[in-house]
Design a protein around this ligand. Structure first.
Ligand SMILES: Nc1ncnc2c1ncn2[C@@H]1O[C@H](COP(=O)(O)OP(=O)(O)OP(=O)(O)O)[C@@H](O)[C@H]1O
Ligand SMILES: [Mg+2]
Length: 177
């Protein structure tokens, strides 16, 4: 089975409006059919993220799909209690994103190798790839992902630093011109 950076293309990065991407996540996830799960978004106004659109979409889908699965594992659900929350903000040259849910939290036996392929799955039918792929894609952007301690549910935080300005490339382009 193919997974991981060796099989992924290097990120093709541009500045993407983060709120538009998050809306695409909601539509792709099919949350409208899961009206019993609340979807809360708090994104800093005008936030732009310097990322590969398809790869960042995949990261967010893997995280939110896990959250939805965790919430659904203890149906019946109530959207006031059962929520997926996405926050996004910029800290200097780094965009910080959190994906949190109010589900049962990460099972203890899944915690140790959470971001390693085939290690962490506790779900029937789960392959244990979602978080490993998310971590690879984030690292390919120069960012990092971690599980935060939270009182309830699960909260993941990841960072996407802006591309560094490549002065050599600029200089080369000027010399060629
Ligand atoms: N939001 C969450 N709440 C509770 N448990 C979670 C959450 N996210 C991940 N987990 C736990 O971590 C395990 C690994 O997640 P991961 O996405 O890597 O694999 P998977 O969901 O089991 O399979 P796949 O994503 O490949 O279909 C899950 O099986 C689940 O036990
Ligand atoms: Mg998963």
């Amino acid at each position: 089975m193919s997974y991981g950076r060796a099989q992924e293309l290097p990120p093709d990065r541009k500045m993407i409006p983060f709120d538009v991407l998050v809306e695409e996540v909601r539509e792709t996830l099919g949350l409208s059919e899961m009206a019993h799960i609340g979807w809360i978004v708090a994104i800093e106004r005008g936030l732009m993220v310097d990322a590969d659109h398809d790869q960042l979409l995949r990261v967010l889908l893997n995280l939110t799909r896990n959250a939805a699965q965790a919430l659904e594992s203890r149906a019946p659900n109530d959207p006031l209690r059962d929520q997926i929350r996405i926050t996004g903000r910029r800290e200097g040259a780094v965009v910080v994103v959190e994906v949190a849910d109010t589900g049962p939290g990460i099972p203890v036996k899944a915690r140790e190798h959470l971001f390693e392929a085939f290690q962490a799955s506790t779900r029937t039918g789960g392959t244990g790839l979602g978080l490993a792929i998310a971590a690879e894609l984030i690292r390919a952007h120069g960012g990092d992902i971690s599980l935060l301690e939270s009182v309830e549910g699960a909260t993941f935080r990841f960072t996407i630093p802006d591309r560094a300005v490549d002065l050599d490339a600029h200089r080369g382009a000027r010399q060629r011109a």
